[in-house]
Design a protein around this ligand. Structure first.
Ligand code: NAD
Ligand code: MLT
Length: 309
């Protein structure tokens, strides 16, 4: 059996695969090259950089399993894979804490202008009055998507004395209540939130969920954090809302196009905090997802039961 590791994953996961199979590590393959080499492989390991399109899947004559070392499978054509009988599995838990903590870091950085203040100090300035912040205590946090990361953010936000509201049509109100979170409709979250954080997948239903119309329904001066997926927020509409004051600030880790284009409208704004898709980038999380996905691939190729994405 041959495995292709097409994106950087932690050595611990690769070593585990090497104990059982022949493993080739080939990162940043252009799409046409991936299509050319894929027939030789039984399993493919990716993070979010490699796009596993229908064309790749159609060419994958021997592929039995695609392992995603992370949560989101929006870079994989799951429908095309399923039609071909190819298992798609992910590592849904290994990076939960990393993404949760990154969200908290982004929310605090946004509230206190930390990157902007840091940049002025590095430039030799001492600016105190320019960087008046706001407290989290007493504010309402709106969470869209109360899954693993959303729930982790809710717990930490309550420790910071925030009131937490959430919108998630797929979870049980009792589970939310047990967490101390009030589950409400989308419009209610949008209208009440001082801080709004996104923790839902990118799907045809959530693409563009926060656009011009949604910004109009928010409290003026809301601060928005997106450590979920680019494309859930319409970036052009967000840039406009940041410029006209509808949105006071945004902390964004994920983008419609990654790596971002130099002309992305968010890059030129001062009231944003930006990171290059670092939500899962902790040593612990990367070992966790790589080992989980390697175990899943080993089980799938042995014909043992696996949980699909
Ligand atoms: P999860 O599956 O545990 O939770 C997602 C939640 O979203 C679920 O509770 C689901 O019911 C809810 N949901 C689905 N569709 C919805 C809709 N239309 N409206 C409201 N809620 C909806 O996933 P998770 O592990 O919490 O991950 C959440 C997101 O974070 C995913 O998009 C994932 O890809 C992303 N993520 C990003 C990073 C990063 O590096 N920035 C790291 C990990 C995860
Ligand atoms: C995920 O969905 O797990 C994250 O975006 C992190 C990653 O891509 O590694």
């Amino acid at each position: 059996m041959r495995i292709l590791v097409a994106d950087p994953v932690s050595a611990e996961g690769v070593k585990l695969l090497q104990q059982h199979f022949e493993v080739d590590i080939r990162h940043k393959l252009p799409p046409e090259e991936l299509i050319r080499v894929i027939p030789a492989y039984d399993a493919l390991v990716v993070r979010s950089e490699t796009k596993v399109t229908k064309a790749v899947i159609d060419a994958a004559a021997n592929l039995k399993v695609i392992g995603r070392a992370g949560v989101g499978v929006d870079n994989i054509d799951v429908e095309a894979a399923t039609k071909r009988g190819i298992i798609v599995l992910n590592a849904p838990e290994g990076n939960t804490v990393a993404a949760t903590e990154h969200t908290m870091a982004m929310m605090l950085a946004l509230a206190r202008n930390i990157p902007q203040a840091h940049a002025t100090m590095k430039a030799g300035e001492w600016q105190r009055s320019k960087f008046m912040g706001v407290e989290l205590r007493g504010k309402t946090l709106g969470i869209l998507g109360l899954g693993r990361i959303g729930a982790g953010v809710a717990k930490r936000a309550m420790a910071m004395e925030m009131t937490v509201l959430a919108y998630d049509p797929f979870i049980n109100a009792d589970n939310a209540k047990a967490l101390g979170v009030e589950l409400v409709e989308l419009d209610e979250v949008l209208a009440a939130a001082d801080f709004l954080t996104l923790h839902l997948p990118l799907t045809p239903d959530t693409k563009g969920l926060l656009g011009q119309d949604a910004f109009k329904r928010m409290k003026r001066g809301v601060r928005i954090i997106n450590c979920a997926r680019g494309g859930i927020i319409d970036e052009a509409a967000l840039a406009q809302a940041l410029q006209d004051g509808t949105v006071a600030g945004a902390a964004i880790d994920v983008f419609e196009k990654e790596p971002v284009d130099p002309n992305n409208p968010l890059l030129g704004l001062n009231n944003v905090v930006l990171t290059p898709h670092l939500g899962a980038s902790t040593a612990e999380a990367q070992v966790g997802v790589a080992v989980d996905v390697a175990r899943g691939i080993i089980a799938a190729l042995r014909g043992e039961p696996v949980t699909t994405a």
